[in-house]
Write a protein that binds this ligand. Structure first.
Ligand code: TRP
Ligand code: SF4
Length: 403
């Protein structure tokens, strides 16, 4: 494992088109960082893509492998993170189904993306069962790995919130086994005398005085135990808080810092604004498109002074140009000492320098697609091991172990 932390991170991306610089700055760079800090699971959310693209699933098939190649090219490391494909771990669907039995319809109808996306994607009929259930499928994705942290953008925080509610309900319904207290006390004893004494003290401080610090210390004490089963850990975690077993832990959203990456028109870079630079766009083409970008409308002639704050090119300087060069350029713009093409040349260099190594690595993986498939095969297998373990327990506590 790459990190000392035993926390687990899970995130997914929908394969619905080419990845662009917005994905790189907004998501992938963050994944590359996280993979060294946590145990990470990153997956291609192909079933999620189907909820909005069921009428034209071709784009999904086209995007899946390119997307994995782009992840690898951007520096996501298969030795540090597990990379897999959602549909190759069918346990996600089983957990989704089982969770659906106990999820009130109102919880799903109230998720903001449900109405928002229906309004936004007017050309699609999203009044479907699958689309309503999308956030619950996402909950299953998260809970099946018992992930503690879920890196998502602002728009997805409500989905993690829902996941927490679903987990709480699940634990409430199915964490109340017969003889819970005795089993929990047995588990406490298994930690050894010293740890057991500390556990009791901390539990008392939390349940009687609401000492949150004590709760956190006790949780990490439980986490650190090497010689007790997962079942016992769940009992201890639940016992600590005064409830039943915690079978599916509640995850936390790890809010991805909002990407400052502007598109070619100064709006946020996004496929729907048609203002993107794809990670694998041809460098000459990229240079041309950048040089055609609109600038401060006041700079009609080369001799007209400009104002960088009114220019979309300037936002790209904030991503690609160092501070001292930026100061010179701003000055040159305001005094008309430099022209817009000189100014854009810096940005063009910056973007091309960033894309160069990514494209080189992408080419290597593209030419060796079998390696990419093997990476995914192995990731799917590892993910499936974890998912199956969770499902065995879920079936058991739900009373389905007779099968
Ligand atoms: N819904 C996410 C998106 O649209 C993708 C996704 C699916 C996801 N399952 C997930 C993200 C689980 C985080 C965790 O971007
Ligand atoms: Fe924009 Fe640069 Fe031209 Fe100023 S010089 S208007 S910042 S492109």
């Amino acid at each position: 494992m790459p990190s000392a932390s035993n926390e687990r991170v899970l995130s997914g991306m929908r394969p619905t088109g080419k990845l662009h610089l917005g994905h790189y700055h907004g998501v992938l760079k963050n994944w590359v960082k996280l993979q060294h800090e946590f145990e990470c699971f990153f997956f291609v959310a192909d079933w999620h893509a189907l909820t909005t693209h069921y009428e034209s699933p071709g784009v999904i098939a086209e995007s899946v492998w390119d997307m994995v190649v782009d992840w690898l090219a951007a520096g996501v490391n298969p030795n540090a993170a597990k990379l897999f494909l959602q549909s190759r771990v069918p346990e996600h669907a089983e957990l989704h189904l089982l969770l659906s039995m106990m999820t009130p319809l109102g919880w799903l109808e109230r998720v903001p993306t449900y109405k928002d996306q229906q309004d936004k994607l007017k050309d699609k009929d999203l009044a479907t069962y699958g689309f309503l259930g999308y956030p619950l499928l996402q909950s299953a994705d998260i809970l099946i790995y018992r992930a503690n942290r879920v890196p998502v953008g602002e728009d997805q925080v409500a989905h993690v919130e829902l996941t927490r509610e679903v987990a709480r309900r699940f634990n409430h319904l199915y964490g109340r086994e017969e003889g819970f207290e005795e089993k929990a006390e047995d588990a406490v004893r298994k930690m050894g005398k010293k740890a057991a004494k500390l556990f009791h003290k901390l539990r008392k401080a939390y349940t009687e005085q609401g000492d949150g610090e004590a709760l956190a210390v006790a949780q990490s004490l439980i986490d650190d135990q090497q010689n007790i089963s997962i079942g016992d850990k769940e009992r201890l975690l639940g016992y600590l808080e005064g409830g039943g077993r915690i079978i599916l832990p509640e995850p936390e959203a790890l809010l991805t810092p909002t990407s400052k990456m502007p598109g070619l028109d100064g709006q946020k870079m996004s496929k729907s604004y048609n203002n993107t630079i794809a990670l694998r766009d041809d460098p000459d083409e990229v240079a041309q498109r950048l040089s055609r970008m609109p600038t401060d409308p006041a700079r009609v002639r080369r001799t007209d002074p400009g104002d960088p704050t009114r220019c979309p090119v300037w936002q790209l300087h904030e991503v690609y140009t160092d501070e001292s060069t930026r100061a010179e350029i701003a000055d040159g713009c305001r005094t008309a000492a430099i022209g817009c093409l000189d100014c854009k040349a810096h940005v063009i260099d910056g973007v091309r320098a960033e894309l160069l190594p990514i494209q080189e690595r992408a080419r290597e993986y593209q030419n060796d697609i079998n390696t990419v498939r093997t990476i995914i095969d192995e990731g799917c297998e590892e993910a499936r091991d974890v998912a199956q373990e969770t499902m065995e327990e879920v079936r058991q506590v739900m009373g389905l172990a007779y099968r």
